[in-house]
Design a protein around this ligand. Structure first.
Ligand code: FES
Ligand code: FES
Length: 171
């Protein structure tokens, strides 16, 4: 009986949170599973696993992307940012994290990493978003505890903090 070797793996190069990786992945490996299972970046959460809830949102080449819908093999050469990239290594929170903390935007916490990364993309392009900008940018991030007001307030506050402290606060 022939030995079963499983699907042929694909070699990809991926920069994750500014660290380069040379990886062998199965074609069916989802980005979310690679991040969590192989790279140990468990801050990216999986909720629906079908592109609906936004919990798994990361940045791929600066664009907010649902990591449960993308195969890692599609991303050769890409730069990925996860929620772990926000705080500095000494634990200093990113202004977006500070703003969520100070404005009670943190609720169940499961969905928060995806919201933070969607906010990152927004703040990269819109320095001080208004509430409607935030609602549009985070419209695909579901919160079942329905605390959207504080989340919107938090992202607006993050924009103000980052405008006032532009150095070292790159989204
Ligand atoms: S887990 Fe990816 S969108 Fe819900
Ligand atoms: S923040 Fe997770 S359900 Fe509201």
């Amino acid at each position: 009986m022939p030995e079963t070797t499983g699907p042929e793996k694909v070699r990809i190069r991926l920069t994750v949170n500014e660290v380069p990786h040379d990886l062998l992945v199965e074609p069916r490996t989802l980005l979310a599973d690679l991040l969590r299972g192989e790279l140990g970046l468990t801050g990216t959460h999986l909720g629906c696993e079908q592109g609906v809830c936004g919990a798994c949102t990361v940045l791929v080449d600066g664009t907010a992307t649902r990591s449960c819908l993308v195969f890692a093999a599609q991303l050769d050469g890409a730069a990925v940012r996860t929620v772990e990239s926000l705080a500095t290594t000494d634990g200093t929170l990113h202004p977006i994290q500070r703003a969520f903390h100070e404005n009670h935007g943190l609720q169940c916490g499961f969905c928060t990493p995806g919201m933070l990364m969607a906010a990152c993309e927004l703040l990269e392009h819109t320095a001080e978003p208004d509430p409607d900008d935030v609602r549009e940018a985070l419209g695909g991030n579901l919160c079942r505890c329905t605390g959207y007001q504080n989340i919107v307030r938090s992202v607006c506050a993050a924009g103000r903090i980052m405008a006032a402290e532009p150095r070292g606060t790159k989204a």
